[in-house]
Design a protein around this ligand. Structure first.
Ligand SMILES: Cc1cc2nc3c(=O)[nH]c(=O)nc-3n(C[C@H](O)[C@H](O)[C@H](O)COP(=O)(O)OP(=O)(O)OC[C@H]3O[C@@H](n4cnc5c(N)ncnc54)[C@H](O)[C@@H]3O)c2cc1C
Length: 275
């Protein structure tokens, strides 16, 4: 449980982080809250030669309104998302999902950008952000680009981010006054989701996303289409696992995850007022 040797670079701004990534290339790894990277380093599943510590980059820690969008800096910690009034007012699904991440210590260190960039399919925030139709602003040597939550994760712990790119902002279209639901099934209180389901109503439509039902977070497209076609919530929920390929592991078989996806979708839709 001791990481392999590495060099440490502290980068207290987005520009300093980008400069360090440019200098050290593929050998460098960003450290935000360290709640996912450090366990991987201790297990020597990650062995970066250089750790670029951005945890004190204050220019990347903010939550602000930008017209119809909530703009959230990548270094914003889970606990600050839980308590930010603009988030509870305009994206309560996100605040609720953040409140269920790990325990207090994890929520006080972990960041929204770290959670998104880590791309764990069982993570709470990426599941909620997918249902919220969020997009991610990334900065690199060629400038900035914006990537939708649907396109961002490409596989288990894999994303479209290049090694010299920094996730700087999460943009969440406001869902003020819209119904939502979030269901997370765990074996123990502080665990990652065995399966999670996020539901977000918006302008008459309903988005449903699934955590831990494949190698990335997913939209439950068949269930969404069934709802849009007039199916009841109970009938639509029966399609929640259509097209998914959940893993089997020590917490659940693939079939049990499929069962959970259907049950949790029905419950999340009920919480969002759909019957
Ligand atoms: C005991 C425990 C319980 C947990 N339970 C849960 C849970 O229930 N639900 C849940 O969702 N999560 C859980 N987590 C994970 C937690 O949410 C982490 O905070 C999160 O996954 C990673 O965020 P971080 O800021 O700690 O990132 P780090 O660990 O610092 O980084 C993670 C990865 O993202 C990269 N990265 C970080 N920031 C950026 C950036 N701005 N741009 C580009 N790349 C970046 C890093 O290089 C690294 O590869 C748990 C963690 C622990 C230790």
């Amino acid at each position: 449980m001791i990481p392999a040797p590495f060099d440490y670079v502290r980068a207290d701004s987005a520009d300093a982080a980008l400069a360090a990534l440019r200098e050290h290339g593929d050998d460098a790894k960003l450290l935000a809250g360290g709640q996912s990277l450090l366990p991987l380093m201790k297990l020597r599943l990650a062995t970066p030669g250089v750790v670029v510590d951005v945890s004190r980059a204050a220019d990347l820690a903010y939550v602000r309104e930008d017209g119809d969008v909530l703009a959230i800096g990548a270094l914003t910690r889970h606990c600050d998302i839980v308590s930010a009034e603009v988030v509870t007012a305009h994206a309560p699904l996100l605040a609720h999902a953040a409140s269920g991440v790990g325990d207090r210590q994890v929520r006080h260190r972990g960041t929204i950008g770290g959670s998104v960039a880590h791309a764990d399919p069982s993570a709470d925030l990426p599941t909620a952000l997918l249902a919220l139709d969020a997009s991610y602003v990334v900065r690199g040597p060629a400038g900035e680009r914006t990537i939708t939550a649907t396109e961002f994760a490409t596989g288990f712990l894999e994303t479209v981010l290049a090694p010299d790119e920094l996730l700087i902002e999460i943009r969440v279209p406001k869902a003020t006054g819209e119904a939502w639901g979030y269901q997370k099934f765990t074996r123990r209180a502080i665990d990652w989701a065995t399966v999670a389901v996020a539901v977000q109503a918006r302008g008459g439509g309903t988005a449903i996303s699934l955590g831990n039902m494949g190698s990335t977070v997913l939209r439950a497209a068949s269930a969404e289409a069934a709802l849009a076609g007039g199916a009841s919530a109970a009938d639509a929920a029966q399609h929640a696992d259509d097209g998914t390929e959940p893993a089997a592991d020590v917490t659940a078989s693939a079939d049990y995850r499929r069962h959970l996806a259907r049950v949790l979708t029905k419950r999340a839709l009920a919480a969002a007022g759909r019957s």
